[in-house]
Design a protein around this ligand. Sequence first.
Ligand SMILES: [Mg+2]
Length: 272
Amino acid sequence: MTTLRTVCLGTAVAVAVVASVASWPVRAEDASGCRNPPARQELDTKWPINIGLLARQLIAYRCTDYMNDVAAAVAQARDWVRQRAPQVDNAAVVLDIDETSLSNWEVLYHDHFAFFADGPCDLGAKTACGWRNWFLSARGVALSPTLDFVRLVKTLNDRSGGKVAVFFITGRRDEPQMRAATEQNLRMQGYEDWEGLYLRPPASPGFVSVYKTDIRKQIEQKYHIVANLGDQYSDLIGDPGNDHAEKCFKLPNPFYFLPPDLPPAGIKCLSH
Ligand SMILES: [Mg+2]
């Protein structure tokens, strides 16, 4: 009896695994997952949250309201920069890259919201795609509200008549291949030029927010940062009492989270 139960259980697990792998999204079939997206549904909180059901709701959100929510956040930044940049000298705008300027939705969807730092990336295969190789393939797609924003920013002048500077600060690691692929990806997607592109040095311990704040401080030695845009709080958090940007703008990203958490007192630059 015990043996039979063990066999039955083993078979059930095997079936479940096969079913799971068989439903693994494959790029060739539908790279976006939005051809037949799942329906939006309230999650049943009577039971512990089920990650499979949560993933379905993330796909539903990505295929419906996500881009409108990105556009709404970026529109706030656009209105602010239009108003503020002409009032200051050496005006600058800072942007994060991933899920702010470029979308990695294809790999997020392909990997079913799991994160694999390394390994090959073949989106036509039923195997995981490693993010390093995904980045090196330079296939991120511009988030169009952000691209339109950057194009607009480049037409603006600051108080002294100079162009508003654009800086990218990313947590991608600063190594020659990664830098080249990141620059190539940005340019291919329409982000034609920038004042500075900062990647995180390989030896940079601690939260990414510390590194990003340090870079904004460097930028502030010459520029006045009027706006900082990012999809993570870690893009926006500065020092206590100084976020090193006049205002910051949080884009939605329910697909992954990078620490640290939002401080209990919030972030001052988000108050607008
Ligand atoms: Mg990001």
